[in-house]
Design a protein around this ligand. Structure first.
Ligand SMILES: [Zn+2]
Length: 503
């Protein structure tokens, strides 16, 4: 199986996306992650464009060791020399020279004739090759270039020393069959084509960047230029994660491999999104939040019976850690019961039925039902059924200036009384420590709040507590005119729920 070279241009073309400017530190962070991800080439920037860009490329060339570090240059000695200076510290450096070859670009942008363009391209590649071993050349707007002229340019730059010839669909105009054909034609019509690697660089103006790239690979291209999350000029570039997973999932048809560690994909995507400020659409292929979520009841039931019924990519293969089953109003009883089991609730059939009915009501109001909502439903359902295993009998606290707060509590279990005491940071803490000691139920207090329910001197204080035990959050509530008593009772309610759930 042939291995494709993954040329990542997130830091060059991706960073060109309007509004995506990254600072030096951010670029370096992304470069480190790209190295971890396993990309073969990092196009780190366009050094002549600004001193900041030069420094970023240089910094990346100094620090990132494994991938080839590439810099972009127009076909002029000044650009090429600057690109060389910036990439010099790299273990392996590449200079990427580009020059437009389409009629429209030559006539209106460059105001030069074919022969002049050909001469400039060759001169630039020769110059670059004199200072750097690894040269890539791009005939810009190649997909709209006259074929015969493109063959001549490609042949000439390979002869001049280019090791990679990149065929860009600069404006995202091509379609898969046409673009694949172009690559095949180059292989058939350029005599020295085997002395270079054919690369492609597709833009997504018609949403075809990935399709065009894959078609090119099928026709003999062996390097693909892409960006994380598909960011880039205008509608962006071919998305790295879609290309890689396309090749992986459909290796039966492509027969091509990459050296990407797919489990790093999700992390990379989120890093790039966070640093560029470009959110990933929920329905984005491979890395969108919903990419691995099934909501339809029929789909959920299918996935639970056999994953492959509705899943072609496993979320964990791209490093995605998400509950793939979101419960919503379309969810069926099967998915619901499985989720409860996963959360650690063992309910009997009639209890499942009761909670399921409440869940359906909630799902009508709320689009997505999360684990916390489910836990609340289960607990609400058992609320009335939780027996008061531990009951408060009496309590006494001492607290004040220069005194360590201490609580003495008597609890009743099945008509027997037990007493103990403990000190704490405050009277409530002292009470909770005492109860923990007596009941041996260990949990962490996440939240404690107190509010007055009524007005006036005899106002009732209501205490709400939320505690965590063994990965589960449970809350309790009690009220009393004595806030310490309310605090103890709220806590005991949680303890009793935990005891009940244990059974
Ligand atoms: Zn581009």
């Amino acid at each position: 199986m042939d291995t494709i070279t993954i040329f990542d241009t997130t830091l060059r073309d991706g960073e060109q996306a309007p509004g995506a400017s990254l600072n030096q530190k951010e670029k370096l962070d992304i470069a480190y992650q790209l190295e971890k991800l396993g990309v073969d080439v990092i196009e780190a920037g366009f050094p002549v464009s600004s001193p900041g860009d030069f420094e970023s490329v240089q910094r990346i060339a100094q620090e990132i060791r494994r991938p080839v570090i590439c810099a972009l240059a127009r076909a002029t000695p000044g650009d090429i020399d600057t690109a060389y200076q910036a990439t010099k510290p790299a273990g392996r450096a590449r200079i990427h020279v580009f020059l437009a070859t389409s009629k429209i670009h030559m006539k209106y942008k460059l105001k030069k004739a074919e022969d002049e363009i050909l001469r400039l391209a060759v001169k630039a590649v020769k110059h670059a090759r004199n200072i750097c071993d690894d040269i890539e050349f791009s005939p810009e707007d190649a997909s709209r270039t006259e074929k015969e002229f493109l063959y001549r340019v490609v042949e000439a730059v390979i002869k001049a020393g280019a090791k990679t010839v990149n065929i860009p669909d600069t404006v995202g105009y091509s379609e898969p069959e046409e673009f694949g054909n172009l690559i095949r034609c180059l292989r058939e019509n350029v005599p020295n084509i085997n002395n270079a690697v054919i690369s492609v660089h597709c833009h997504n103006d018609l949403g075809l960047a990935v399709a065009n790239s894959l078609s090119a690979l099928k026709n003999g291209a062996r390097q693909v230029e892409c960006t994380v999350n598909g960011i880039g000029e205008r509608a962006g570039n071919a998305s790295m994660e879609e290309l890689v997973m396309g090749l992986k999932v459909r290796k039966d048809t492509f027969g091509l491999a990459t050296s990407i560690k797919t489990r790093e994909i999700y992390k990379t995507s989120r890093l790039v999104s966070a640093l560029t400020g470009f959110a990933v659409a929920p329905n984005k292929a491979v890395v969108g939040l919903n990419a691995f979520r099934h909501e339809s009841g029929i789909h959920q039931d299918g996935v639970l019976k056999k994953r492959a019924t509705y899943e072609i990519i496993h979320a964990e293969d791209v490093g995605f850690k998400v509950e793939s089953l979101v419960l919503g109003k379309h969810s069926g009883r099967h998915a619901f019961r499985e989720r409860l089991k996963k959360l650690g609730y063992k309910l009997n059939e009639s209890e499942v039925k009761e909670v399921f009915e409440k869940f359906k009501l909630l799902a009508d109001k709320k689009k997505q039902v999360f684990d916390d909502d489910l836990a609340a439903l289960v607990l609400e359902n058992i609320e009335g059924k939780v027996p008061e295993t531990w009951k408060l009998d009496t309590f006494m606290i001492t607290s004040g200036s220069h005194i360590v707060p201490t609580a003495k509590i008597t609890l009743m279990v099945k008509e027997k009384t037990f007493a103990d005491c403990s000190s704490g940071d405050g009277p409530v803490d002292a009470c909770y420590k005492t109860i923990e000691k007596m009941t041996n139920v260990r949990c962490r207090l996440l939240d404690y709040s107190i509010r007055s329910v009524t007005k006036g001197e005899d106002a009732l204080g209501e205490v709400n507590v939320r505690l965590r035990t063994k990965g589960r959050e449970i809350s309790g509530r009690a009220s009393s005119t004595d806030i310490i008593e309310a605090s103890i009772k709220a806590y005991l309610q949680v303890v009793n729920k935990i005891e009940f759930l244990k059974k």
